[in-house]
Design a protein around this ligand. Sequence first.
Ligand code: ADP
Length: 502
Amino acid sequence: MSQTADTKEKPYKPTSPNSKLDFASIWEYDPAPESSDHVEIKDKYELFINGKFVKPSKGRYFKSTNPATNKVLTEFAEATQKDVDSAVKAARKAFEGEWSSISAKSRGKYLFRLARMLQERAREFAVLESMDGGKPIRESRDVDVPLAAAHFFYYAGWADKLDYAFPGKTPEPLGVCGQIIPWNFPLLMLAWKIAPALACGNTVVLKPAETTSLTAMKFAELVKDAGLPDGVVNIITGAGQTGAEIVNHKDIDKIAFTGSTGVGKLIQRSLAGTDKKFTLELGGKGAFIVFEDAAIDQAVEGVINAIFFNQGHVCCAGSRLLVQEGIADLLIRKLKDRMESLIVGDPLDKNTDIGAINSEQQYETINKYLEIGVEEGADVFQCKCSIPDAGYFIRPTLLTNVSQANTVVQEEIFGPVLTIQTFRTADEAIEKANNTPFGLAGGVWTDKGSKIFKVGSELRSGVVWANTYNKFDPTSPFGGYKESGVGREGGLHGLSAYLKLN
Ligand code: ADP
């Protein structure tokens, strides 16, 4: 294997204000690179196709608002079938041309570059993510952006080691991948999709969600700055119709989708009978199981993180608390006390714990579920905290006096709303935990290793956390059973989803 630089690699041309990267330094890892504090939002964003920013064929744009203020932030281009076709053609040309002719090591270098550039502009990405999607800056700064960079670093490392990852096989890229992502972790989901796809030698056409396209378009600027060959990464904006055009395009080899179970089912139906590969990461209704022997104050912190992180807009959220009878009253009392200390408000304030609901539509969906909960007999507790007058905010909420058959226990609410049920035995907890259409994530809190083992192995969930919750790492596979989806992302599993392994 050659250790010299690939002559086909393009040099990196920095355009960000504080950029210090150069081609030679790309292998060096600086754990605390200087971050740009320059935050710019353009009036209008075009489509990123074949390495250029281009106008949409029909000239249509849609507005995007800041959910914390309800003010318009910017406009994004609406990609039509013709634009999707241009993006797919560019991706195909790059796949068959330049991208396949450079070495795997060089592919890795481009990914390292993107990882470094994300770190370098971390502050800017964090501020934009919070303005666009409503999440607290503390989370964008400490979770979304660093983890996105970590995914690029992780998959950069695999790019030239695929033969070692799959011994006895001949790993080959799939081709052009259509990637459709949701609004809850816009930059992070982009990283989950683009990093493994490129590491394996594929090219991509990615569509961010219509309410949160800002960091994806910023990322397109990084792609340009990093000197990736034209057409390797294409980013197009639009709503569900644009997504459907990607899914139905005949020259796409794989669809990777993260979003609601409803849309996932539509996509699966559209793909039936085609030879496109697909991975679907869909909804969840995670159970958070607390046994009597658990460290109760830590469990309370765990619950707060499990359900209120990112306003509860988390597919693997611990949205159902199952607590053993003997400690239920104490735990609920402590939980309510702790909830009174949460700060709901301005996502850009670093003291904020819970930011804005992502959109008016999601705000209405959550409130509709609260009404249904009350109609079905639930008792509602909301903290007394103040919330801003403008924008979309919902107080952290507990629903008690609910039963397994209730809508609020069975369906994904995707907001800061926790249902609480009790159980007597481990078997009862497992049965309740597994009794929903979903199977994405769950958590168990206990002092006993044997209980962790029993519950962990009997929960029908892709991810089970023990005495912690919502911990993510690029090396861990992530994905669900039942209506939570098909396939895995992350780790080695995430690589195999982008390869032909013959
Ligand atoms: P939510 O219902 O929570 O808004 P969605 O599943 O609708 O989540 O959205 C996830 C992503 O799927 C978004 O990028 C959205 O534009 C896209 N999308 C919506 N409808 C379709 C569809 N019919 N086909 C493909 N993509 C779609």
